[in-house]
Ligand binder design. Structure first.
Ligand SMILES: [Zn+2]
Length: 336
């Protein structure tokens, strides 16, 4: 039942276009930096079950040291902390999903962004969408990333001046910043949005802030001479209801796989032109003999870093399906 509800809610806020894959952008979400390979868990036949079912079923964090393990779109999280559902300058949304978990540094970052934006930017408070599951990992619905506790979706809807009920946090719809598929809506887009996104991108521990290309364009136009933050604001499909904040691998997470740093130029020129060309390109008609696209194979536990098996099995919340003959019960590596 719970999953059915979660699935419906995920559809309700899924950004149109989010499923598209486009060449200039695909690497934004999914490409790790070249070089460091992660050891993967040993293959066991009993584990063909998709990892999202295993990680999606766990309700509590792994009682281990805080570590982001693997890559943003292929990994897990130990020692997660929850973001409080209410704070002095934020409210967590969609509580039924149980995705208000992150690396402790991500939790601190959101708390700081919320309070500083409220104090300085004329932003009344954050509505915080999905972070990670209690042990990270792939999710039953939505996101390819958000797996290692370093990603957070922050709504671009200002926080209402009241404490939302649990029901309201499920039902309230996020506001799109777009008037059409390539332009910002001046009725909803404000200078406070610019200040909020700029603040998020200015924190040194934030490596990227993903927004829709039309939002990036609006930021390019509003930035004036202070353009240093713009290179971290990366255009991407969807992301017109929320911005997606991505932290760099924290110190101490030795098995965290970094993403290449964003290009150093402000990205307001050719890159953005390419995006708009892509957004306005008419869809190609499929050839008459086209086969339906193959469904993407699901990540299994044996494809995640080996330590994710330990994360999944740690503590009282151990999942019987997560352990096997080859499953490790040893203590996780505690290199910090
Ligand atoms: Zn996101």
């Amino acid at each position: 039942m719970r999953w059915a509800v979660a699935a419906v809610l995920a559809l309700a806020v899924a950004a149109p276009g989010a499923a598209q894959t486009a060449e200039p952008a695909a690497k934004e979400m999914v490409a790790p930096a070249k070089g460091k390979k992660q050891p993967v868990a040993k293959k066991a036949k009993s584990e063909a079950v998709p990892a999202k079912q295993l990680f999606g079923a766990v309700k509590e964090p792994a009682p281990l040291a805080a570590r982001s393990i693997g890559f943003y779109a292929k990994g897990c999280l130990s020692g997660a902390k929850p973001l409080a559902i209410d704070g002095p300058a934020w409210q967590a949304m969609r509580l039924s999903r149980n995705r208000n978990w992150g690396h402790p540094q991500l939790v601190r970052l959101i708390e700081r962004l919320a309070t500083e934006a409220k104090a300085n930017d004329g932003w009344p408070g954050l509505l915080v969408g999905d972070m990670s599951q209690p042990r990270g990992g792939p999710m039953l619905t939505g996101h390819a990333s958000h797996q290692i506790g370093l990603d957070a979706d922050i709504w671009l809807t200002p926080m209402p001046n009241k404490r939302l009920t649990e029901r309201e946090r499920e039902d309230l719809a996020a506001t799109s910043m777009l008037a059409d598929k390539i332009s910002i809506n001046p009725q909803v887009w404000t200078p406070a949005h610019v200040r909020l996104i700029k603040r998020a991108a200015t924190y040194p521990e934030v490596e990227r802030v993903l927004v829709h290309p039309a939002i990036k364009k609006a930021l390019c136009e509003a930035a004036g001479t202070d353009r240093a933050f713009l290179h971290k604001v990366r255009p991407y499909w969807g992301h017109h209801y929320h911005m997606h904040i991505r932290m760099a691998c924290p110190k101490g997470s030795t098995n965290c796989q970094a993403q290449p740093p964003p290009p150093s130029d402000d990205g307001c020129g050719k890159e953005l032109d390419d995006w708009f060309a892509l957004l306005t390109k008419p869809p190609k008609p499929a050839p008459p003999d086209a086969k339906p696209p193959k469904p993407k194979p699901q990540l299994t536990l044996d494809q995640l870093p080996a330590d994710c098996r330990v994360v999944l099995g740690a503590g009282a919340a151990a999942q019987p399906t997560a352990t096997s003959k080859s499953g490790s019960t040893a203590a996780p590596t505690t290199k910090q």
